[in-house]
Design a binder for this molecule. Sequence first.
Ligand SMILES: Cc1cc2nc3c(=O)[nH]c(=O)nc-3n(C[C@H](O)[C@H](O)[C@H](O)COP(=O)(O)OP(=O)(O)OC[C@H]3O[C@@H](n4cnc5c(N)ncnc54)[C@H](O)[C@@H]3O)c2cc1C
Length: 1051
Amino acid sequence: MGLRRFIQASYFQCARTSGILKHVRYKPPSLVQWRYSGSSLYKAVIFDMGGVLLPSPYRVAVEWEVRNCIPPGTIKQALISGGENRPWMRYMRGELTSAEFLQEFGHQCSEIVSQANLSVPVDSFLSDLTSSQMSKQLPIMTEALECIRAEGLKTAVLSNNFYLHSGVSFLPLDRSQFDVIESCREGICKPDPRIYTLCLERLGVQPKESIFLDDIGQNLKAAAQLGIKTVKVDDPEAALKELESCLGFPLQGFVPHTRLVRPTMEIPKDPLQKYLEEVLGGWTTGPLILRQFSHGQSNPTYYIKFGDRHLVLRKKPPGNLLPTAHAVEREAIPNSGWPVTEIPLFQFCHSSIIGTPFYLMEYCSGHIYKDVSLPGLDPGQRRAIYMAMNKVLCKIHRVDLKAAGLEDYGKHGNYVQRQVQTWTKQYRATETHTIPTMERLIEWLPLHLPGNQKTTVVHGDFRLDNLIFHPEGPEVLAVLDWELSTLGDPISDVAYNCMAHYMPSDLDILKGLKDCDVTELGIPTAEEYFQMYCEHMGIPPIENWNFYMAFSFFRVAAILQGVYKRSLTGQASSAAAESSGKQVELMANLAWDFATKEGFRVFKECSAAKPLARPYSTWTRNGAFSRRNYVTMAPSSPAHISKAHLILSPDGLPGRAQDLYHKLRRFMEIHIYPAEQVLRVHQVSQSRWTPHPLIEELKDKAKSEGLWNLFLPVESDPEVKYGAGLTNQEFSHLCELMGTSLFAPEIFNCSPPDTGNMEVLVRYGTEEQKERWLQPLLDGKIRSCFAMTEPQVASSDATNIESSVVEEKGFYILNGHKWWISGALDPRCQLCVFMGKTDPEAQRHKQQSMLLVPMDTPGITVTRPLSVFGEEDPPAGHGEIFFENVRVPKENILLGPGRGFEIAQGRLGPGRIHHCMRLVGYSERALALMKERVTSRVAFGKPLAEQGTILEDIAKSRAEIEQARLLVLKAALLMDTAGNKAAALEIAMIKMVAPLMALRVIDRAIQAFGAAGLSNDYPLAQFFAWARALRLADGPDEVHRTAVAKLELKR
Ligand SMILES: Cc1cc2nc3c(=O)[nH]c(=O)nc-3n(C[C@H](O)[C@H](O)[C@H](O)COP(=O)(O)OP(=O)(O)OC[C@H]3O[C@@H](n4cnc5c(N)ncnc54)[C@H](O)[C@@H]3O)c2cc1C
């Protein structure tokens, strides 16, 4: 405990000898006693300027009169006598120019001295009044102001002021420290009550919440009459004493970036003092002054002055903490070759001394730039600061691990992967509500991990306000906050360092540069900064830069979520913590923007030559599949999705997907095509509303062969818990093959509407909902339907849906009339995903909700099957259903009230193009049948295949199928790489294209077949009917066309 430790060759020693360390002035003992509750009655302090912040003008007048042999008191009398229209008052109200004022004021002074022939040189008085000596703010006032502002109070200057010859007012103060109210600008002077009211309005405070300091009694009297607390300033020191007692905290002893210790963050002083006496040696005594650094959300940090020592104490926050968070012990490593760092002075100390673990450092005085736009500097200075920051980062990344003895400072390799896991875990542990973008990122990041990660020291929180700069130049003196430091991928530090470039400037806790013209400011753009880094490090530019940005924002979102959660339990070390809750979503959205950019980059770099290299499972699945997984083949070894490729044919599929494809093909040939006729006959028999036993038999067979639930994209199921872990593009090839038979999709548990419903449950279901509904659906034990469309409204616009969902004592009561509900007649259909309005008054897209409704709930009546060209599609059917006072428990809502549209977007993700994939399959089968037919039949002396029109039809069909397939694959690849939202244009285009293409190809095949093509002896008529229905069932063509045109116009 408390072992003294000398730090070799420390920066601190150099700094001390070169005089960089500045010592805070010693303060009287009384200062130590202050206890500020942090909740002062007062919210603002208002200062007069001359005589309060600046020296008194009356004193200048006295000295000036002596020097110029003017009778004493002349100036004072001229200033105060003569009523509202005296020259001084008119000058203060901005009614006179300085030349006019001097003329009238000179005249007035001559009259006062009763010597009309004596010229009073008032212009030299005005010069003295505005001389450089008069323009210096009193140092005690400056310190008092800093103390007041550090505690979060507002400060203002309320001055009877005047314009100089130049036309600007006389205001030799740092305007950034005050709201400024000047009489010459407002046209009103103190003691007119209106100017006080104006000042209070600008500050946004009540009279009783403010204190006013002035040296003139009548000005104070007017303020007091409004209810403002007043302090008369005759002697500034005495006035500040009085102000201190009003405010309840000291106005001396300010240390930059610190404030009084917040009540929830106090440290027991006696044990700390005893400890310091012990470790610093008996000669260091004196009062212990303790202040808290105001920035830093994670570990509370304190300034300590003890005797002549200036120290910094950093500790864990109080309360229950996540096991790996707030690792101050990681920071307290001895200096072992770090280029620039904060240097722990004493070993890490355990909680026995002050209740929480802590360590101490020397206080390093310098400048911390909290605002990344560096206000007050010129463009050259700003650039130099950014370059210095860049160079320091390179220095850190160049540390020789072996020479510094840091080889064991962290794990080697796979840093980003581990970080994604860690922050996902931390996020889950502090999650307060579902944030859809975070969910998407949690799925996306593991699939896009970078390859070839280098291992260096990484800081983990490298940003401008963690650096202490030399007060006079762009030299980094210390790098603070090593809590997250370890060995890792250095590019993550650079990306993290560039985040500010993309954040808005009005964020409470992390100010950004997004709204600034960085080039004009002299600040390098993020790209330049990164390039600068690469040049310093001698490395080529990193292509997946966007991934690192997405990862950085994701990490910040996860950190802020932790801060927010702690703020709810009162442990957060910063008052700003609560606002961090709102910022989590903002950070997640920024992360997702970069994820989308990265997806587009990967997509654009696609080459059609090589197959997509992709991890089937990046880290969660090691070999064995879970009970739920029916795919029996081992996953491919983890690979990185650094390049994605368009896979034009099944032969280009990566190993496992290709194996599945060939297995599927064999299954189709051996079991499905031969069964079609039997199943088709059953569909028109009396028993058609009961599933044919062959279907269940084939399902079991498919399941046992691992040809099951192939549809669920790895993006929705990254742990491959539920599906086969295929990408959308890989599944496209398999789904097309399934589409060659109308009976096939169900046999592989890949048929709608179950696929969409299962995906909804995977993405948005609670664990209970998954257990109750997802598992039996995945097992193929039950079926489901999706109920949105209503006969009375145009349902292509889902905002029209009218069914009502009303909350009542722990239940929702559903009422509505639905139709075209596919699957509703199937005796195996046990679940209905119901869409209805929970709040008709809410915003248009927040009115609808989705609920899980058991089909046997009282009040549900399926009245009839609807038919498509006479086809009823048994046993699933498309039902008309009445919901009358159907009661379901509140837990049956998906995601929450008003989130129906959000889910609909997700539901219609990958599932949206499954129909298109199958339509390509219908078309291939139709063309294959057509080719067989025309080569075996002869008309007018030669095989049909030799007739010119037939040849033309075959050529057109082949070309159109290929075109549509390419678009399907493009949409699927874009969904895999850039996400469903980014692929919106391609999705809408293929939905527009695929059914019409299929209709043309199937129609040509029917024509080539002759009358047989219209019959049920071949699948062509059914293909045609379903392709036609899909021009409506999957949303009307017009809606997709509108979407395409709107997106095209935006490009
Ligand atoms: C076989 C089949 C299965 C179905 N399965 C289901 C199911 O399981 N669950 C379910 O909820 N619904 C299902 N539906 C219903 C389907 O989703 C709707 O029919 C579809 O959304 C259109 O809605 P609507 O019929 O009310 O047509 P309306 O909305 O009335 O539209 C009629 C027509 O208006 C025109 N139109 C509409 N919008 C525009 C526009 N923006 N620009 C130009 N013209 C426009 C189009 O020509 C459109 O066809 C199914 C339909 C079919 C045919």
